[in-house]
Write a protein that binds this ligand. Structure first.
Ligand SMILES: Nc1ncnc2c1ncn2[C@@H]1O[C@H](COP(=O)(O)OP(=O)(O)OP(=O)(O)O)[C@@H](O)[C@H]1O
Ligand SMILES: [Mg+2]
Length: 376
């Protein structure tokens, strides 16, 4: 998949920007606070409808302006597609080829993006909700059915929690209705568990080798930690098994007015052999763990979406030692569109620069420095 062009209006520090990207490697360099991360963020928002950073949508609008707009031309096969997102202080609006999309689920998963950024360490070190957000974003890119089932699940969860609250306050409720909501919630939970299991299984097929190639250490893998007893995910009695756990937790949940079981409490852990990298990993080991997880998505996207994702690398090279940098560089190929940002061109291999389109960024203005000839 290729992002041919992006246009921004009043997005962060960009009043107006047009960037035409090369189908291979693109490098954007510039000092701190010039807009490198903002530009990559705009691409991420174009694909996934929200930022990778924990912010409000209205922070994406240039200060003092009312409306931000991102427009992109992507090509994932034969035809170009025009994607458009408009963000105002209250809402977001989506269009594909000038047709409004009423539902996010109709819009999402049209561009596949893998983004690395310096704060990726929080994927290992941060709270479980950061890892759940990651799982949700990645699975929504792969399947819009995942996005839909998550939305349904969250709606049911809210209804169940409202009922628990009413019960804890001693209000009478329709017990039948409550049981039906719980039953539906379990149905959705099972689908989410299955999709997450499958995703982690796929990631584990690739991430160990990638970690080994970059870090030189073997036996890296990811463990899925659902907060319910699941056992065999294909068990035909799974529903009964989960129902029993909800029943056992009922009084506890009522006291807290919260549903304490389910995929909204899941987590994942990163292991090197027996060692949990969250606890025992060095910063470098943790950084490469996050990178390996994300790089393992390239073959997964290829398999499920029949196209390569767009790689966005926000200032990742500056944090790595030379040998790790070189090992990672081997994963960057002109067959996958890649956009790299850096403050220092010296951080990058001259051979890589030679085959890349080069841009300089200064105070929200993007300047083309070097093109790539088609036969390079
Ligand atoms: N909503 C906004 N409106 C106007 N300016 C903004 C908005 N949000 C962020 N900025 C500004 O955008 C500028 C560039 O930010 P960005 O994070 O993209 O820089 P960067 O080039 O990635 O820098 P670094 O190398 O330090 O990571 C900052 O000065 C920031 O204050
Ligand atoms: Mg930045």
């Amino acid at each position: 998949m290729i992002l041919k062009k992006i246009e921004l209006r009043n997005f962060r520090n960009y009043e107006k920007l047009t960037a035409r990207f090369y189908k291979g490697i693109n490098i954007i360099y510039g000092d701190n606070a010039q807009g490198k991360t903002n530009l990559l963020e705009s691409i991420y928002v174009l694909g996934l409808t929200k930022s990778h950073r924990p912010i409000n949508d209205k922070d994406l609008i240039e200060k003092g302006k009312e409306v931000a707009k991102i427009e992109g031309i992507v090509n994932g096969g034969l035809l170009d597609k025009k994607l458009e997102i408009t963000i105002d202080n209250h809402n977001k609006y989506f269009k594909i080829d000038d047709t409004s999309m009423k539902k996010v689920s109709d819009y999402i998963s049209n561009i596949n993006i893998i983004l690395f950024y310096p704060d990726d360490l929080s994927l290992l070190k941060g709270e479980p909700k950061i890892r759940r957000k990651f799982l949700n974003m990645e699975l929504s890119q792969l399947y819009n059915s995942y996005y839909i089932v998550m939305m349904d699940y969250n709606k049911l969860l809210k209804i169940r929690n409202d009922y628990l609250k009413k019960m804890s306050l001693g209000h009478s409720i329709d017990q039948n209705y409550f049981d039906i909501v719980t039953s539906y919630l379990i149905d959705k939970a099972i689908i989410i568990y299955q999709m997450r299991y499958k995703y982690i299984e796929k990631v584990n097929k690739y991430c160990g080798q990638i970690y080994q190639d970059i870090m030189g250490l073997s036996d890296f893998h990811i463990e899925y930690l659902p907060n319910m007893e699941i056992g065999d995910i294909k068990d035909s009695n799974l529903k009964e098994k989960l129902q029993k756990q909800y029943d056992e937790k009922f009084e506890y949940d009522k006291k807290l007015s919260l549903t304490t079981l389910g995929p909204h409490k899941d987590d994942i852990a990163f292991y090197l052999g027996e060692k949990n990298l969250k606890i025992y990993g060095s910063q470098g080991q943790q950084r490469i763990a996050a990178l390996s997880l994300k790089l393992s998505e390239i073959p997964i996207f290829k398999m499920y979406k029949d196209t390569t994702p767009i790689l966005l690398l926000d200032d990742v090279f500056s944090e790595l030692s030379d040998d790790k940098k070189n090992n990672l560089m081997k994963y960057i190929s002109k067959d996958i569109q890649t956009i790299i940002t850096t403050t220092e061109l010296n951080n990058l291999d001259p051979k890589l620069i030679k085959k890349s389109k080069l841009f300089k960024i200064e105070n929200g203005k993007l300047m083309k420095v070097k093109e790539v000839k088609e036969n390079e």
